[in-house]
Design a protein around this ligand. Structure first.
Ligand code: OOB
Length: 543
C-alpha cells in the first residue's frame, strides 16, 4: 500500500537543551493524543464529550469510535507516519477521525473547508498523502469530482473517503468505521508529528507546519488553564475545527483535556450559533472580527438566553479597539483577544486584565518559556514600546516548516527564531499590540491570502502580463484584496468577474479571488526594481 515513512527522520527537532527545559518544566508530558483520549475515557467515561446536532458522544463513546475508525483505516493499509488530507466540516465525524488518525500516528493534514482542487492537490502532493477525507457536499459544493481530480493528479493518494455518499471508486467513511476496532501494534511517540497545519503563507503555495503531540497538547492545555476551563466548560466550535484557533487555543482539545464538552456549530452564523449557546449552555467560544458585529446585533434582539456565556475569544485578525469595547456589554461575557498563528506562538489577554489591556492589546504569550523579540530590519531589538517585527521561539513554536529546507533559511534566524512577519509594539506588561504586517499577505477577516500565490494564478490568465495583489482597508473584512493587473498590449484588462471565473476554473478557493480589480499601465517600482506595493496601496487610498 503506502511506503512506510521514516517518522523519526521527519520528526520536528528542537535543540537538545531547549527540549530538556520544556520537559523539565512540565510543558512536554510525553503523552500522545491517543493515550490522552484513553485516559479521559477512563476518568470521565460517561460524561458528554462531543455534541453535533442530535448526536451526543460520551468520552467512552468517542474513544471507542476512534478505535473502530482506526481499525478500518488500518485495514485500508494506513500506517504510522502516513499522511491524510482531511477536509471535513464541523462534525463529530471530524473528531472521531482526528483521534483515530493521531492514535495510529497517521498525520492529518488540515485543509480548510473552502479549499478547492488547487489547494487540495498541493497539500496532497507536498505531504505525499495516502488518502483524502472529504464531505460529499458542503456549502453547495460537491467535493467528489474534486477528489477524483486530486487522485488523478497525485499518485500517492490511494483512498478517497467520503463523509456521506461516495461516488464510484470512493469509500464511505461510515463503512470504514464499521468493522472491528484496531489492535494497535505500532504506537506513535509524543515527539512525533501529530498534525500538519497550514501556514497562511506569503510566498507561493502554503507551507505545512508540523506540530508534535507534546507541543500541541501543551498549546491546548496552557490556553485552557488561562481561560479558567474545567469540567463544567462548554466550548462552541464556531470557526472551522481545522483552524488552529478552534482546535487548540484552547478550543476543542483544551475543552476535552479538562473534561469539558464540545459543541460543534454547523455554521458561524449567529442565527445558528446563538440558539446553540442557549440550548447547550455554552460557556466559551471563539470568533473572528468580521463575525463579532453580527453576533452583537443578533444578541441585541434579546431572543436568546446567553447567560451561560463567560468568555468570547476574538482573534485571527486585528479587532478594532472601538469594537472591542462594545463586545462585553453586548454579549454579556468577558472578551479575550487572541493573537495566534498556526506556527505556534499564542497570545491571550487575561480574563482579569484591566479594561484598557483587554480592549486595546492582543494579549501576551501563554507560556513563561515563550521568547519574543521585537526587531528592526537588521534583526536588532527596537527600543521598548517601539514597533518592529515580532520574532519568537518557544515550547510549541515550530523550528522549521515541513519539507521546506530552502524556505526555512528565510523564515527563521540562524538561532531558530521564527520570523512572524507581524509588526507589533510590546508594552511593559508583556502585552503585544499588533500594528501592521511586514509579510506579503492579506488578512481578509482572518482568512490569510498569500499575495504571490494569487499573483501566480492571475499571471496565467491570457490577457494579463503583470499582476500584484495588495490589501486595502475594508469596513466588513478589515482588509479586502485588490489585484492590480497589466493587460496584454492592445487588449483590455479582465474584470473582477472574469478573474473570479478564471480562478474558480483553476480550482482556487473563493476567498482568494480578488475583491477588486484595478487595471494599470505599468507598475511603480522600488529603487531595487521590485513592484512597489506601498505605492499601489497609496494609490488606492487616493494619495
Ligand atoms: C491565526 O492563525 P493563522 O496561522 O491563520 O494566521 C496567523 C497570522 C498572524 O501571524 C497575524 O498576522 C494574524 O494571523 N493574526 C492577527 C491576530 N491573530 C492572528 N493579527 C492581528 N490581530 C490578531 N488578534 O490566525 C490564529 C491562530 C491561533 C489562534 C488565533 C488565531
Amino acid at each position: 500500500m503506502s511506503d512506510h515513512v521514516d517518522v523519526v527522520a521527519e520528526r520536528p527537532v528542537w535543540p537538545a537543551a531547549d527540549a530538556a527545559r520544556y520537559r523539565s518544566r512540565g510543558h512536554w508530558r510525553g503523552e500522545t493524543f491517543g493515550r490522552q483520549l484513553r485516559r479521559w475515557a477512563a476518568e470521565w467515561g460517561s460524561r458528554e464529550a462531543v455534541v453535533d446536532g442530535p448526536t451526543r458522544l460520551t468520552y467512552a463513546q468517542l474513544d471507542a469510535a476512534a478505535d473502530r475508525m482506526a481499525g478500518g483505516l488500518s485495514r485500508l493499509g494506513l500506517r504510522r507516519g502516513d499522511r491524510v488530507v482531511v477536509q471535513l466540516p464541523n462534525t463529530a465525524d471530524f473528531l472521531v477521525l482526528w483521534f483515530a488518525l493521531t492514535r495510529m500516528g497517521v498525520v492529518p493534514v488540515h485543509a480548510q473547508p473552502g479549499h478547492r482542487a488547487s489547494e487540495i492537490t498541493h497539500l496532497a502532493r507536498t505531504s505525499e498523502a495516502v488518502a483524502y477525507v472529504l464531505p460529499d457536499r458542503h456549502a453547495r459544493f460537491d467535493h467528489r469530482p474534486l477528489a477524483d481530480a486530486v487522485r488523478a493528479e497525485v499518485p500517492t493518494v490511494a483512498h478517497l473517503v467520503v463523509a456521506g455518499e461516495p461516488s464510484a471508486g470512493q469509500l464511505a467513511l461510515a463503512d470504514v468505521a464499521a468493522g472491528p476496532p484496531l489492535a494497535l501494534d505500532d504506537e506513535p511517540d509524543a515527539g512525533d508529528t501529530a498534525v500538519l497545519l497550514l501556514s497562511g503563507g506569503t510566498t507561493g503555495a502554503p507551507k505545512l507546519i508540523p506540530r508534535t503531540h507534546d507541543d500541541y497538547t501543551y498549546n491546548a492545555t496552557a490556553a485552557a488553564e488561562i481561560c479558567g476551563m474545567g469540567p463544567d466548560s462548554v466550548y462552541l466550535a464556531v470557526l472551522p475545527i481545522a483552524f488552529n484557533f478552534t482546535m487548540s487555543c484552547p478550543g476543542v482539545l483544551g475543552a476535552l483535556a479538562v473534561g469539558g464538552r464540545v459543541v460543534v456549530a454547523p455554521s458561524p452564523d449567529p442565527g445558528t450559533a446563538l440558539p446553540l449557546v442557549e440550548r447547550e449552555k455554552v460557556t466559551i467560544t471563539a470568533l473572528n472580527p468580521p463575525l463579532a458585529p453580527y453576533w452583537m446585533d443578533e444578541a441585541a434582539t434579546g431572543a436568546h438566553d446567553l447567560s451561560s456565556l463567560q468568555v468570547v475569544q476574538i482573534g485571527s485578525a486585528r479587532l478594532a479597539d472601538d469594537v472591542a469595547r462594545r463586545v462585553e456589554p453586548a454579549l454579556g461575557a468577558r472578551l479575550q483577544q487572541v493573537f495566534g498563528m498556526a506556527e505556534g506562538l499564542l497570545c491571550l489577554t487575561r480574563l482579569d486584565d484591566p479594561d484598557e489591556l483587554r480592549h486595546t492589546t492582543q494579549g501576551r504569550p501563554i507560556s513563561p518559556d515563550d521568547e519574543v523579540r521585537v526587531v528592526d530590519g537588521e534583526d536588532r531589538p527596537v527600543p521598548p514600546g517601539e514597533p518592529g517585527e515580532l520574532l519568537t521561539r518557544g515550547p510549541y513554536t515550530l523550528r522549521g516548516y515541513y519539507r521546506a529546507a530552502e524556505h526555512n533559511t528565510r523564515a527563521f534566524t540562524a538561532d531558530g527564531w521564527y520570523r512572524t512577519g507581524d509588526l507589533v509594539r510590546e508594552l511593559p506588561t508583556g502585552h503585544l499590540v499588533v500594528v501592521g504586517r511586514a509579510k506579503d499577505q492579506i488578512n481578509r477577516g482572518g482568512e490569510k491570502i498569500a499575495a504571490t500565490e494569487v499573483e501566480g494564478h492571475l499571471l496565467a490568465h491570457p490577457a494579463v502580463t503583470g499582476a500584484a495583489l495588495v490589501g486595502a482597508p475594508d469596513p466588513e473584512w478589515g482588509e479586502r484584496s485588490v489585484a492590480f493587473v497589466v493587460a496584454r498590449p492592445g487588449g483590455a484588462a479582465p474584470t473582477r468577474r472574469d478573474l473570479a471565473a478564471f480562478l474558480r476554473e483553476r480550482g482556487v478557493a473563493a476567498y482568494k479571488h480578488p475583491d477588486q480589480v484595478e487595471a494599470i499601465e505599468e507598475f511603480p517600482l522600488t529603487a531595487v526594481g521590485k513592484v512597489d506595493k506601498n505605492a499601489l496601496r497609496a494609490r488606492l487610498a487616493g494619495a
